[in-house]
Design a protein around this ligand. Sequence first.
Ligand SMILES: [Cu+2]
Length: 291
Amino acid sequence: MARGSRLARLAALGLLGVLTLTGCSMPNNEFWRFGWPDGITEEATAMRELWTGSVIAALIVGILVWGLILYPVFAHRKKGDELPKQTAYNLPLEIVYTIAPFLIIAALFFYTVVVQNEVQERSDDPDQTIAVNAFKWNWQFVYPDTEGEDGEPVETVGTSEEIPILVLPTDQTIRFELASADVIHSFWVPEFLFKLDVIPGNENGRDNVFEVVVEEEGAYVGRCAELCGTYHAYMNFEVRAVSADDYDAYLAARESGLDTYQALEEIGQPGEATTTTPLNLRERAQQANGG
Ligand SMILES: [Cu+2]
């Protein structure tokens, strides 16, 4: 009985540790990420913290279990020919190790749902809304709240010669409204640690919408993550995350008639994509043929 309640206390302590550890913010470095990739959005941070917390919780449980295995292995080695005291049926102990896994699962489930809701959350009034149109085989990015010289919203379209650059502001809520002109594509920015299928049509109330807050300026590659046809590999794009001021300046430059390249140069950014290049099939073929 005494041992049973001690174990129960230990289990409760472990669970408390899990709760506290997943509750506070986690250090972000190679070690504490435990192999998790480093993202650039608030949502990615929440996912990383969930991962770090889960690994720490797993390690706590693991160390407890390893200890419970190794202790009797060494403490109860054969001491003589006399048969040790035989025991069976410790009800409190059995209740503890039946309930403990459920408590662990409940804690992991709870924090997973919290983070999932945060990742999928949609604000009532996002700071920016961007329409992303996927088509065979490239992307069009439209800024619906803007008006270019031709009276149409500012947009950037990729071609086989040009990687489309999606300019985004940091520290603002950005809503992406994805649409496909033909087949299923998938909008994927690896550094967001997030991708969303772009399914044509909005039947059954389906919509392809998500939001992020980008925390770090920089250039990040984006890809189509759904094999959508022959030239699927053409569908690379680039996210260029800039400060809010630069973002406004970029849109103003676009509204005054500059193209994507010129407007980026205008705000001191490279006009062309820096993370990926257009897929040149002829060049690839020549390389494959050794010339
Ligand atoms: Cu695609």
